[in-house]
Design a protein around this ligand. Structure first.
Ligand SMILES: Nc1ncnc2c1ncn2[C@@H]1O[C@H](COP(=O)(O)OP(=O)(O)OP(=O)(O)O)[C@@H](O)[C@H]1O
Ligand SMILES: [Mg+2]
Length: 295
C-alpha cells in the first residue's frame, strides 16, 4: 500500500506540504497533532466492501471513539491498523512523535506492538492456562531486546532484562488492581477481570496508542462505570492516546472527546459527542438498532 497521490492529509509529517494543505486540513477537521490517521482506506472481502474510503484521525492524547452498527467495519479498521489485514487501497499513518510518520500499510502484526500500538480484542484473547503474570510478561515481549541467542543461552543481559520485565509486570498488575491474581490461571478470572487483564497486557508493551475493541462487552453497569474511570486513568497515567470501539453509548459519550461513525464501511460522521448525538445520519444509521441508545 503506498500513499495515494491525492492524499487528503498531505500536510502531515515529514516532507513539504503542498499549497492548499492548510485548507485541506481544515476541511477534514484535522488539528495539528494526530497520532494516527487513515486516508481513503478501502478493504474488500470478495464482493463485500468492509471499509470504503475511510479517512479518520485520532488526535494525540485524545480518547477517540469508533462506533457504528454491527458489521460496519470497526474491527476491520483495527485489523488494518495492526497489520492483520492489508488494505486494498488508501493509507494509514502512525505518528509516535510529531515529526515521525510511519506508514502502516502491509505491516507485519508483531511490528505494530513494537512501534507502540497496543490492542485488545472483541473476543478476549488471553492464554487461559498461563498465569495472570505470564500473560502480562508476554505483553512485555515487544519491549525486549534479547533475541534467540539470549533466549537459548540466557546470558547476564538477558537475565537482567527478564527481571526488569517481571518487575514491570508486577507494577502494572498492581496499578490495575490484579496483584492478588498474579499466580492464578487467566482463564479462572471472572469476566470483568479478564477484560482488565487484557488491557494490562496491552499496556505492558508500552504503547503510545491503545486500541480497545468493545472493552465493555459482557460487563455489568457497575463494571462499565469502572471501565470509564480506568480508560481515563490510563490515558493520563500512561500518557497515551486511545481509540475505542464500543456499542455501549453511555460509555462512549462519557469518555470520548471525538467520535467517528461508520455505517456499511463508510465514515458517515465525525464530531464531538454533542454533535454526534444530534447528527441525523447517525440517528438514521442506528434506527435499525435502537436510536435511544444514542442517549
Ligand atoms: N476475514 C473476513 N472475511 C470476510 N468478511 C469479513 C472478514 N472480516 C470482516 N468481514 C466482514 O466485513 C464486515 C465488517 O466486519 P467488522 O468485523 O469489521 O464489523 P464491526 O463493525 O466490527 O461489527 P461488530 O460491531 O459486529 O463487531 C462484515 O460484513 C464482516 O462480515
Ligand atoms: Mg467488531
Amino acid at each position: 500500500m503506498t500513499p495515494r497521490a491525492e492524499s487528503k492529509h498531505p500536510e502531515i509529517g515529514a516532507g513539504a506540504a503542498p499549497a492548499g494543505a492548510a485548507e485541506t486540513a481544515g476541511a477534514f477537521g484535522l488539528d495539528a497533532d494526530p497520532i494516527l490517521f487513515s486516508d481513503s482506506l478501502r478493504m474488500d472481502f470478495g464482493g463485500l466492501t468492509a471499509l470504503d474510503q475511510v479517512s479518520l484521525t485520532v488526535e494525540r492524547g485524545s480518547i477517540t471513539a469508533l462506533i457504528g452498527p454491527n458489521g460496519a467495519g470497526k474491527t476491520t479498521f483495527f485489523n488494518c491498523v495492526t497489520g492483520i489485514y492489508k488494505p486494498g487501497s488508501g493509507s494509514i499513518f502512525f505518528l509516535p512523535e510529531k515529526e515521525k510518520r510511519i506508514s502502516l500499510g502491509g505491516l507485519r502484526p508483531h511490528k505494530a506492538a513494537q512501534l507502540g500500538i497496543g490492542r485488545t480484542f472483541q473476543n478476549i484473547r488471553l492464554f487461559n492456562t498461563l498465569t495472570v503474570l505470564e500473560n502480562v510478561l508476554i505483553g512485555c515481549h515487544a519491549r525486549m531486546r534479547a533475541g534467540l541467542w539470549g533466549a537459548l543461552f540466557r546470558d547476564r543481559k538477558t537475565m537482567e532484562e527478564e527481571r526488569r520485565m517481571t518487575d514491570l509486570s508486577y507494577a502494572i498488575l498492581e496499578r490495575y488492581g490484579l496483584q492478588a491474581r498474579v499466580n492464578d490461571p487467566a482463564g479462572s478470572l471472572p469476566y470483568g477481570e479478564q477484560r482488565r487483564l487484557e488491557i494490562a497486557r496491552a499496556l505492558a508493551s508500552g504503547p503510545s496508542l491503545l486500541l480497545l475493541d468493545e472493552p465493555a462487552a459482557g460487563l455489568n453497569n457497575q463494571e462499565t462505570l469502572e471501565l470509564a474511570d480506568l480508560i481515563r486513568h490510563i490515558r493520563r497515567d500512561e500518557k497515551l492516546s486511545v481509540l475505542l470501539i464500543e456499542h455501549d453509548m453511555s460509555l462512549v459519550m462519557n469518555v470520548s472527546e471525538r467520535i467517528n461513525v461508520l455505517d456499511y464501511g463508510r465514515l458517515i460522521a465525525s464530531g464531538t459527542p454533542e454533535e454526534i448525538r444530534k447528527n441525523p445520519d447517525v440517528v438514521r444509521a442506528y434506527l435499525g438498532e435502537d436510536a435511544d441508545d444514542l442517549g
